[in-house]
Design a protein around this ligand. Structure first.
Ligand SMILES: Cc1ncc(COP(=O)(O)O)c(C=O)c1O
Length: 399
């Protein structure tokens, strides 16, 4: 018997039921520098304040010495948690303290920990359709019954959810209320309220995942759906899109002590605590620089890139193709006419040196979907125009 067969035999049911991320496979296959890529989901390096972070690294070593290299507490650096609490209270009046916050290794770890403490096999959990594939992957490990609810231009389809709730009890819902990955859409104020009412009436927990919320370049900031209002609510945030994803700093915000204690215990088992050096460095950076000015720079760039993509789509895509116009964040979503599989266009796009992510991985079970995700944060304005022009030529042959 070969070694691979042996390993297959001993893998847990969980491991076998979690497929590898298709996006990572696509990105790995695309090593060609000539490809104009709208595929990845990476922030533009403008969001990495390299000089300032380098200075903060020195500062914390000089100021705190061995503390920045020692084991630390699971919940995370108190000063950083205080900063986060104050910022959320100022922006959204959440009424939280540092005790309501646990620093996680990116918000991706928060998804994994929440899955671990909340999901029993066959639990009904609401996700958006299409939804963030990192969440689908994290939740899949615990074999829930996914209840995908259609995403419309202003949030999930409320009547579809109402119908589901007539005969199903949900354990929790998971949504990305601002500049959703993959569609770029944001929930309207009305949908947020309607959704909140349903949550209260039907008593299920809501996880609001908000890594892009600070990156609004158009329209006004809206209150969260449930965060800060009820205890059965979890808000996830991250420094990945505003400072650096490489340091892997995110957080869980929750007013329910028991839930936070369960997260804390699961985190102890997972990694004891998030990288404490990174926590000190980001905290020092936040204390010694104007974070809002830094975020303004990112927003100005993303706004220009998003406009360039939208304008190029209007010019080069056939009229039958529709698309979302984001008010922030990093993505937009393109819908092709019925029956046209974005998966089938992918190879031709690569041959023409342009890449995107076909819609399939953002769905729990649907395949050959007629939609695709475009990222605009990592290409110059000229490259955006040229890449969309190439895609437009390919699309005209199919539509
Ligand atoms: C909706 C959503 N949640 C979570 C994450 C993970 O982010 P982090 O780098 O904080 O782990 C991402 C990353 O792309 C995302 O789009």
């Amino acid at each position: 018997m070969s070694l691979t067969q042996n390993i297959e035999d001993i893998l847990s049911v969980q491991a076998k039921s979690t497929p590898p991320s298709m996006i990572r496979a696509i990105l790995k296959a695309m090593q060609d520098n000539e490809i104009i890529s709208f595929a990845g989901g990476m922030p533009n390096p403008i969001s990495f304040p390299e000089k300032e972070l380098s200075k903060s690294m020195q500062n914390v070593v000089e100021k705190y010495g061995s503390k920045v290299f020692q084991y630390s507490i699971t919940a995370g650096l108190p000063m950083l948690r205080e900063f986060i609490a104050e910022r959320f209270n100022k922006r959204f009046n959440l009424g939280i303290t540092k005790e309501n916050i646990i620093i996680t290794t990116g918000s991706q770890q928060a998804l994994d920990l929440l899955a671990k403490i909340l999901i029993d096999k066959y639990d009904n959990i609401l996700i958006e359709k299409p939804g963030y594939l990192g969440a689908i992957q994290a939740f899949s490990q615990y074999q829930p019954d996914f209840i995908p609810i259609d995403l419309e231009i202003d949030g999930i389809n409320i009547s579809m959810l109402k119908n589901v709730l007539k005969n199903k009890k949900l354990k929790f819902g998971y949504v990305v209320p601002n500049f959703q990955n993959p569609t770029g859409i944001s929930y309207s104020a009305e949908k947020r309220e309607e959704f909140y009412k349903l949550i209260k009436e039907n008593d299920f927990l809501l996880i609001e995942d908000d890594p892009y919320g600070e990156l609004r370049f158009e329209g006004e900031t809206l209150p969260y759906i449930a965060a800060g209002k009820i205890e059965k609510s979890v808000l996830l945030s991250s420094f990945s899109k505003t400072i650096t994803p490489g340091m892997r700093l995110g957080c869980i915000i929750c007013k329910n002590e028991k839930l936070l204690l369960a997260v804390n215990t699961a985190k102890e088992a997972a990694d004891l605590h998030t990288n404490i050096f990174a926590q000190y460095v980001i905290w020092d950076y936040l204390m010694n620089n104007d974070y809002d000015v830094h975020i303004q720079k990112i927003k100005a760039l993303y706004k220009a890139q998003s406009s360039a993509m939208v304008n190029a789509i209007k010019q080069f895509f056939p009229k039958e193709v529709t698309f979302t116009v984001p008010q922030g964040g990093m993505f937009l979503w393109v819908t092709l006419p019925q029956g046209v599989s974005a998966m089938k266009l992918f190879d031709e796009a690569i041959n023409n040196k342009v890449a995107f992510i076909p819609g399939d991985p953002f769905y729990v079970s649907q395949r050959n979907v007629n939609a695709l995700r475009l990222n605009y944060t990592n290409a110059s304005l000229d490259a955006i125009n040229e890449g969309i022009k190439r895609l437009g030529t390919i699309l005209k042959n199919y539509v």
